[in-house]
Design a binder for this molecule. Structure first.
Ligand code: FE2
Length: 290
């Protein structure tokens, strides 16, 4: 451990059980009563974990997006992704799809054929990252990153494992390009271990506990809880008091600091731009997904 001054925890709260799409059970970390957003992050959903019988799997039928990025990280199950510009991918456990919706598209996110036929477990995350004004109307872009391309790094004691989805930790950089500086780590801490991550003071940061119990600068949080940090320290300090393994997401991002106008799947800077987005969608200018 270094002599880093850790950030303090300002709030711990439990993600609210919810449903979205065609009946997908999820936990919504935000937006909600506890937190509306955390610039540049607009939403975090924890899908499942849900045990599905054959024929029971549900997904997200066609819907549009404009003005931000959606990041899907799957832990269990299989998702089929299609969009109005002809893109089609299958997302499997450990894969990350970093989708820059930009000027707009219509897409569907449906369970994979095997998951529908045989049943199984579905678990994953969807994060929404806002785009700065200059990038909101950029051409849509996909960074489909298979699990094998996501760097995995361990501390010297091999008690902490980090999957580097974006940003850098333990001297290892992620492969996904972001428009603004983003840190997105999936961390696993063995019982009794600790971890420190430096984060520039300008950035907002939070953690989401997937499994186990953690201490965040001595404040305890457990599975399905969100931990908000202040900006008063040089980074975050996490410990696993045990007895179980601790699994969590750690996110940090540079705030954009621009007005946020939000209407369902569109996130722009003004009401006028939202009206334009709805019109463009209705007129088929984001493409059509049959
Ligand atoms: Fe979507």
């Amino acid at each position: 451990m270094t002599q880093m001054t850790p950030r303090s925890v300002t709030k711990v709260f439990t993600a609210a059980p919810s449903q979205d799409g065609d009946g997908v059970a999820l936990r919504r970390a935000f937006p909600g009563a506890e937190l509306m957003d955390l610039d540049p992050f607009l939403l975090l959903d924890h899908l499942g974990p849900t045990s599905l019988a054959p024929g029971e799997a549900r997904g997200f039928p066609p819907h549009p997006h404009r003005g931000f990025e959606t990041v899907t990280y799957l832990l269990d199950g299989e998702m089929q992704h299609r969009d109005s510009w002809g893109n089609h991918e299958t997302i499997r456990p450990g894969d990350v799809q970093w989708m820059t919706a930009g000027s707009g598209l219509v897409h569907s996110e449906l369970p994979g054929e095997t998951l529908v036929r045989d049943g199984g477990t579905l678990q994953g995350f969807q994060l929404w990252v806002n785009l700065p004004k200059k990038d909101k109307m950029t051409a849509p872009r996909y960074q489909d990153t298979p699990a094998s391309a996501i760097p995995v790094v361990r501390n010297p004691e091999a008690t902490v494992t980090a999957k580097v989805i974006a940003g850098e930790t333990l001297g290892t950089k992620g492969v996904i390009e972001t428009r603004i500086p983003i840190l997105y780590l999936h961390l696993t801490l063995e019982p009794g271990s600790g971890f420190e991550q430096a984060i520039p003071k300008s950035r907002n940061a939070f953690a989401y506990v997937i499994e186990g119990t953690g201490e965040f600068n001595k404040i305890v949080a457990q599975n399905q809880q969100v931990v908000l940090f202040d900006r008063g320290g040089e980074g975050v300090r996490i410990a696993n008091p045990g007895p179980a393994r601790l699994s969590l997401l750690l996110l940090a991002g540079e705030p954009i600091g621009q007005p946020v106008a939000r209407y369902g799947p569109f996130v722009m800077n003004s009401k006028e731009e939202l009206v334009q987005a709805v019109d463009d969608y209705q007129q088929g200018r984001m493409g059509v997904l049959a």
